[in-house]
Design a binder for this molecule. Structure first.
Ligand SMILES: Cc1cc2nc3c(=O)[nH]c(=O)nc-3n(C[C@H](O)[C@H](O)[C@H](O)COP(=O)(O)OP(=O)(O)OC[C@H]3O[C@@H](n4cnc5c(N)ncnc54)[C@H](O)[C@@H]3O)c2cc1C
Length: 384
């Protein structure tokens, strides 16, 4: 079966506009009944719970923040999003997390075990034949989002910024309510959920002809439902087919469940542009995605926690984010070099490797030159 026949890119999705996708399905709707019970974690006694807070974006960061604030007794919290027509109901999906996921989820009174779909072997011999140690595993992200939003009635309309004490920009790569970034960098990502005839193993491999990587990640314990995708630097016109050919090459696809395209922010955080008046960015809107790995789920939750802990204290919020995420800045610089076709220096390679490690994928130092050469060969192969 040719999975590319079902592919509809979402690359042109814009702020406030509805998205389209390969397979129409349920919309993101309020989940009044679903989800685990909410346990009050820390009820505010200072009156801050009267703050009027709008959260724009019901993705990981926005939904996590919603649950956390409700648990802390904040009553005037409203969650906004835009409509999607996507089989899984969320955009973007992105199912992989590392072991920091457990504590982040426990902090909002949920049981992380509820969301685990597939745990690959700890050591993968998968990145161009180089063994990598990994703590990455796959989660049921739609179920997590449902539980984080538990009682939210999501509003599908623009936020009137002046009506709120605080507007949280949790709109991901769109960054719809924050000031524009001077040096933004986004990668194009394409992805499928497919069923395969033979069980698949987790694997990462370079895209062909352009700097980027493709992946195969099982979404079920039997390895027969699989997340397949590939990502590359923005502005490089590579077809979805060429991006993911190395990944699909190893699979015998039986059926396609859904497919979509998206963008992912790789520029790292610009700490001077996270807070502007009453608009505070969080998660991917704040640039908090690992540029070398594309991992942003856990950072979205961690930054939402930082925001909740520093409500009313913008300097404290930025300080906390700097402490936790400043290493993303040199990592982003190194990645920018690679995706714009320049050779990374040894220091850049150090930061890229550290970025992978932070995302739960560890490659031994001695394997780095071999990996870099293999990836270089792969990028050039298609161009030759
Ligand atoms: C294809 C793909 C695969 C990925 N795979 C992984 C992975 O395996 N592991 C990992 O850790 N990370 C992955 N990522 C990154 C990860 O998905 C994001 O970093 C993470 O979802 C960021 O969370 P967020 O809540 O900040 O933003 P998002 O999850 O992007 O949520 C933003 C929300 O804002 C909404 N929105 C957009 N515009 C507006 C608007 N104008 N008004 C209101 N709402 C709006 C969107 O509909 C969405 O619900 C992947 C990203 C992509 C694109």
């Amino acid at each position: 079966m040719d999975p590319f026949r079902r592919f509809v890119p979402l690359d042109n999705a814009s702020a406030g506009a509805g998205h389209s996708c390969a397979q129409p399905g349920q919309q993101v709707e309020a989940t009044r009944k679903g989800g685990a019970r909410l346990t009050p974690l820390l009820l505010s006694t200072s009156g801050r719970d009267l703050m009027r807070i709008a959260i724009a974006g019901a993705g990981v960061a926005g939904s996590y923040l919603y649950r956390l604030l409700k648990a802390r007794g904040f009553r005037e919290v409203e969650l906004f999003d835009i409509r999607h027509r996507i089989a899984c109901g969320i955009h973007p999906c992105g199912y992989g997390v590392d072991d920091q996921f457990h504590s982040a989820v426990r902090q909002v009174g949920l049981d992380p075990a509820r969301y685990i779909l597939h745990v690959p072997p700890r050591v993968l011999a998968a990145i161009e034949g180089v063994a990598a140690e990994t703590t990455v595993f796959m989660i049921d992200k739609p179920a997590l989002l449902r539980d984080l939003r538990f009682d939210a009635e999501i509003r599908y309309e623009p936020v009137d910024v002046a009506r709120y004490d605080l507007v949280v920009d949790a709109t991901g790569e769109t960054r719809a309510y924050s000031t524009p970034l001077q040096d933004d960098l986004k990668a194009r990502v394409v992805q499928w959920r497919v069923r395969v005839r033979e069980p698949a193993m987790t694997g990462f491999m370079p895209t062909r002809g352009v700097p980027g990587y493709a992946w195969v990640m099982p979404l079920s314990q039997d390895g027969r439902e699989v997340h397949v995708g590939g990502g590359t630097g923005a502005g490089i016109s590579a077809s979805a087919k060429s991006l993911t050919r190395p990944a699909f090459g190893s699979l015998d696809v039986e059926s396609v469940i859904c497919a979509c395209g998206a963008r992912i922010r790789l520029c790292g955080p610009d700490f001077d542009r996270i807070v502007h008046q009453n608009v505070w960015a969080v998660g991917e809107a704040a640039g908090l995605v690992g540029p070398a790995s594309g991992a942003g789920n856990v950072y979205a939750m961690q930054s939402a926690r930082a925001l909740a802990d520093n409500l009313g204290d913008p300097d404290g919020y930025i300080r906390t984010l700097r402490q936790k995420f400043s290493l993303l800045v040199p990592e982003a610089k190194a990645v920018r070099k690679v995706v714009t076709g320049r050779w990374p220096s040894p220091v850049d390679l150090y930061h890229i490797r550290s970025g992978w490690t932070r995302a739960g994928v560890r490659v031994a130092w001695r394997d780095l030159p071999r990996l870099a050469l293999a990836m270089g060969r792969a990028y050039r192969a298609e161009l030759a």
